[in-house]
Design a protein around this ligand. Structure first.
Ligand code: ZN
Length: 58
């Protein structure tokens, strides 16, 4: 049984929440986990903050 890489839960392979990356398929328990994985991982490749100010100091 595949495991959700985000929260660690075991998930059914028939889940609609899955993502293929580098020839590997990851399965998720929910859309939230899938999004967190897709947008949270590989930060290095997406370090162009477009119109975003991550930290503002007063
Ligand atoms: Zn999950």
């Amino acid at each position: 049984m595949p495991r959700d890489p985000v929260c660690g839960q075991y998930v059914d392979e028939k889940t609609p929440f899955k993502s293929e990356m580098d020839g590997e398929t990851r399965y998720f328990c929910s859309e939230e986990c899938q999004e967190e994985f897709e947008f949270g991982v590989e930060d290095d490749e997406f370090v162009e903050p477009v119109g975003r100010s991550p930290k503002e100091e007063d």
